[in-house]
Design a protein around this ligand. Structure first.
Ligand SMILES: Nc1nc2c(c(CN[C@H]3C=C[C@H](O)[C@@H]3O)cn2[C@@H]2O[C@H](COP(=O)(O)O)[C@@H](O)[C@H]2O)c(=O)[nH]1
Length: 439
């Protein structure tokens, strides 16, 4: 059942509406986020002992490619962000490709780039090229099958392959995103997504300059991305409450800031030549709301920051993650989060053999679109609260001194990457929504 779509936020207020609508929906659905549990996380060894290592090392946004220009890299990054979804296909992707959603999409985009250079297929990353991709080519680059197998009804032992299944579904989602975005770009006269984004970045810098506030640039870029490209229109109405998440567009703005920040500093340094600076301005992103996917809310629930036990029964959210591990829960009285907040357990097998501990990837609960918007809203609100609580603790001299500098995108990065950092976290189920192009 498709949810209704709200109007766009008023011009100039897109970032504010992500925050405001997330808070309002979290409150309307009676999700509890307590300062006590936020503080417990911020003081926990699980957080303090890994924060700097994780936020300093993991981003996966640098590709091992020699881009002919900054614009070419911007285009690749923009397409990567546009396609940064597929979380609902994590388990089938692991089964078929050995990779999760993010790594599969990265490999796919890398494949698009490399086949553009070598296969004589034309530029598959251009506005025209992205519309020419066949289902078969997308499936090949992604490494998934367009078929499922089923038992023949009458002939025992005979299996029949038929078009369909998770691989096919994901290929449809990607094809639609590539097609519709390509059309928008061609209609607007843009050769590729990167050149559209570069224009938005310039407009953002112009408005930021006029208003004397560098933070405004990201808002302008967000608005332009969302208004123009259906694949960035990650918004809905849930129980009469509009909700704006804009995960992929916010992720893109932050990715641009991360990838090109060093160059921005060079850009600001007038003594350097023009040629070393990219031909577009780089936005400030450290104030942006987090990029709400399925990982952030799931982990925040497991860590006890988002508490669903108080939610109303209409959306049946209260028990979506039943006690993760009965024995562990018993050992920690009523609160399984306590084990997760402790320092990472010594990975014994790893210590002995030097090999990765293999954790089976299992699907979490399959939710409805309405349920997932509520949980993603709760993650956005929880991260706002975590960061302001950290700043207050820093000012009061409680906790680690660096808490006063905690920034939203770094917190996003920690939550996302820590989920893959410890064997016990990797085993935590994340909720699943299939058939969405947004996360
Ligand atoms: N909130 C947030 N969500 C993120 C990312 C990333 C990429 N992270 C790297 C890139 C830059 C950062 O510095 C990270 O190191 C992917 N996702 C989303 O997770 C989902 C699950 O995917 P998986 O677990 O693979 O199956 C999928 O919807 C995917 O879109 C992030 O950073 N934040």
């Amino acid at each position: 059942m498709a949810l209704p779509t709200p109007p766009f936020p008023p011009s100039g207020r897109f970032v504010e509406y992500v925050r405001g609508s997330s808070r309002a929906l979290t409150q309307a659905e009676a999700v509890t986020i307590s300062n006590a549990n936020i503080e417990r996380l911020l003081l926990s060894p699980a957080f303090t002992e890994t924060y700097h290592r994780i936020t300093a090392t993991s981003h996966g946004l640098a590709f091992p490619l020699n881009f002919p220009s900054s614009l070419s890299e911007l285009n690749l990054l923009s397409i990567l962000a546009l396609l940064n979804m597929a979380s609902g296909y994590r388990v089938p992707l692991h089964r078929e490709t050995g990779r999760g959603a993010w790594d599969s999409i990265r490999a796919f985009v890398l494949g698009l780039y490399l086949s553009s250079a070598t296969d004589g297929e034309g530029d598959l990353l251009s506005a025209m090229g992205m519309q020419t991709l066949s289902e078969a080519k997308i499936a090949e680059l992604l490494g998934v099958s367009l078929h499922t197998e089923r038992q023949h009804e009458r002939i025992h032992g005979l299996t029949i392959g038929q078009v369909g299944g998770p691989g096919w579904e994901l290929v449809q989602l990607l094809k639609t995103l590539l097609d519709e975005t390509g059309k928008v770009l061609v209609n607007g006269g843009y050769p590729n997504l990167g050149s559209f984004v570069a224009e938005a970045l310039k407009e953002g810098a112009r408005v930021a300059h006029d208003k004397g506030d560098p933070a405004v640039a990201a808002d302008v870029v967000l608005e332009q991305l969302v208004r123009a490209v259906p694949g960035f229109q990650d918004m809905s109405i849930v129980n009469n409450q509009p909700i704006y998440c804009f995960k992929k567009a916010l992720f893109l703005i932050n990715a641009i800031a991360i990838r090109f920040a060093a160059k921005r500093e060079r850009n600001d340094d007038a003594s350097l030549s023009e040629s070393s600076a990219p031909p577009f301005p780089i936005p400030h992103a450290s104030h942006l709301p987090v990029f709400a996917d399925n990982v952030l809310p799931s982990i925040l629930i497991h860590l006890g920051v988002i508490d669903l036990s108080t939610t109303s029964c209409t959306l049946t959210l209260a028990n979506i993650f039943p006690a993760i591990d009965g024995a562990a829960a018993a050992a920690t009285a009523a609160d399984p989060a306590l084990l997760l907040l402790a320092a990472a357990p010594e990975p014994r097998a790893q210590a002995r053999t030097g090999e990765e501990v293999v954790v089976p990837v299992v699907d979490g609960p399959v939710l409805t679109p309405a349920q997932t918007y509520v949980l993603r809203a709760a993650a956005i609100e929880a991260c706002e609260r975590i960061v302001s609580h950290a700043h207050a603790m820093g000012a009061a001299g409680r906790g680690a001194p660096w808490l006063k500098d905690l920034a939203l995108p770094d917190l996003d990065n920690w939550l996302w990457a820590v989920a893959k950092d410890r064997p016990d976290y990797r085993a935590l189920p994340r909720f699943v929504l299939r058939n969405t192009p947004f996360f």
